[in-house]
Design a protein around this ligand. Structure first.
Ligand code: FES
Length: 348
């Protein structure tokens, strides 16, 4: 490969360069930072300042992770997410702006032409590649500008730290936590009015007409130690279908009340809330990746990436006419994971 710098030449002078016809390049005009050492110095400091700001953003991300801990309330989740978002935005945006400024003001902007070469390269080509690399190194000024270079290295070096913090949130493994929710014998099904804490209004079987659907939480959720996480596991969708249309498994005949069925709202793909119910088709849709579950067929997956049906909550009616759980789910809620098989096998 060979290259030829067009800097400082006129279009007429470049009629034929290394066998290429000049495609009509305008005359190269030096920038102020190419000719004024003072302007060059200012640009250098500005770029370094952007990289410094990036480091401030990264450090703010880390500090705010600990400064705004989650306390089980939705307000703390919003506050922490906002602060983490600000830190990450500043960190990545500033690195980007610094690199763009560097390219626009200090790295040479002369046009060059390059011959294509065959792959793999010969030893001679490799030597040329090294030469070009060194040329680029000199043109970018990375060797001559230790301030920018060091600030960029430092900014990029600490940029992955937020990812490590976020990965920390993936652990530890859930163990038995996904097997246990607040549902248990006699726990009433209450309308979910949104948010945490939520107003708990128990639902009577007579409130649930055919075609209707309710977002449901367990009674007593607000009094639990960690209502936000408990809601994330125990959220349920309640629907009433014409009993004649229900294709119920024999062992689950007693899990429904005259066509009223309750299923976990947590998608078995990666855990988004399944929020859309099409009462004409009896399909539940997950908005995240379009997994679709058939309510008339024990919520089996009929479309999308989810691998198993939504877990069903066995329900009945208590002496006051309210809908209550018979027991907890018989399988873990949420995304499929390796322990599911063991537990499902045990529960049969
Ligand atoms: S989380 Fe529901 S389809 Fe992916």
């Amino acid at each position: 490969m060979s290259s030829n710098q067009h800097s400082g030449s006129t279009a007429g002078e470049l009629e034929v360069v290394n066998g290429f016809e000049n495609p009509g390049l305008p005359e190269h005009k030096p920038r102020i930072t190419d000719v004024e050492p003072a302007a060059e110095k200012v640009a250098e400091r500005q770029i370094a300042a952007w990289f410094l700001l990036s480091m401030v953003g990264t450090i703010w991300f880390i500090v705010s992770y600990f400064l705004f801990p989650l306390d089980g309330q939705i307000g703390s989740v919003r506050m922490q997410n906002t602060m983490l978002g600000i830190g990450l935005t500043v960190a990545l945006f500033s690195i980007g702006i610094g690199i763009i400024l560097w390219a626009k003001t200090l790295i040479t902007d002369a046009e060059v032409s390059e011959d294509r070469h065959s792959i793999p390269g010969s030893e001679e080509d490799q030597a040329i590649a090294i030469e070009i690399f060194n040329q680029a190194k000199n043109e970018s000024g990375i060797a001559r500008r230790p301030l920018i270079r060091n600030m960029l290295i430092a900014a990029v070096a600490i940029a992955p730290l937020p990812a490590i913090l976020v990965l920390r949130d993936l652990g530890p493994l859930p163990g038995n936590k996904m097997f246990e929710t607040l549902w248990g014998p006699g726990v009433r099904l209450c309308k979910d009015t949104g948010g945490v804490p939520s107003v708990e209004t128990p639902i009577k079987a007579s409130d649930v007409t055919i075609g209707s659907a309710f977002h449901v939480i367990p009674e007593g959720m607000n009094k639990s130690e960690d209502p936000l996480n408990e809601k994330a596991k125990a959220a349920v969708l309640l629907m009433r279908v014409d009993p004649e249309q229900l294709n119920t498994k024999p062992e689950r005949e007693s899990w429904q009340v005259d066509g009223i069925v309750a299923y976990s709202k947590i998608c078995t793909h990666v855990g988004c809330p399944v929020a859309l119910y099409e009462h004409q088709t009896h399909h539940l849709l997950c908005p995240c990746h379009q997994s679709t579950f058939d309510v008339t067929n024990h919520c089996k997956v009929i479309f999308g990436p989810a691998k198993r049906p939504l877990p069903q909550l066995p329900i009945k009616v208590d002496s006051d006419g309210y809908l209550v759980a018979q027991r907890d789910f018989t399988e873990p809620v949420g995304p499929s994971f390796w322990e599911v098989h063991t537990r499902e096998t045990e529960s049969r």
